[in-house]
Design a protein around this ligand. Structure first.
Ligand code: SF4
Length: 100
């Protein structure tokens, strides 16, 4: 793993405890991740990647489908949204490239 990927993974992991604390007061959501949920907002998740064009972390062409956390075999799941579904064409600030 190169330094850039290591730093991206570190950022993603550092956001998980914050999101977990925030969401512990409400019942765990299920199904498709919605943009207005606290965890999604914390990660700047959008269902359509191009909607993130004003986010400094977004690069054209990056989306959930080519993110290392995307789990196509788990009903388009995402490691950061355990048990939930995200859009293939979505994006969030924790995006990191899939290892080749
Ligand atoms: S698959 Fe990647 S870009 Fe999509 S929500 Fe999960 S971490 Fe964010």
């Amino acid at each position: 793993m190169d330094r850039r990927k290591f730093m991206q993974l570190g950022l993603a992991c550092s956001l998980i405890p914050l999101v977990s604390l925030e969401s512990s007061a409400a019942p765990a959501p299920a199904g498709e991740v919605q943009e207005d949920e606290p965890q999604a907002q914390a990660l700047n998740y959008v269902k359509k990647a191009s909607d993130a064009k004003n986010n400094s972390k977004y690069k054209e062409g990056n989306n959930c489908k080519n993110c290392m956390f995307f789990e196509a075999s788990k009903n388009n799941g995402c490691t950061l949204f355990a048990g939930r579904t995200v859009e293939e064409g979505g994006w969030c600030a924790a995006w990191a490239p899939k290892p080749k």
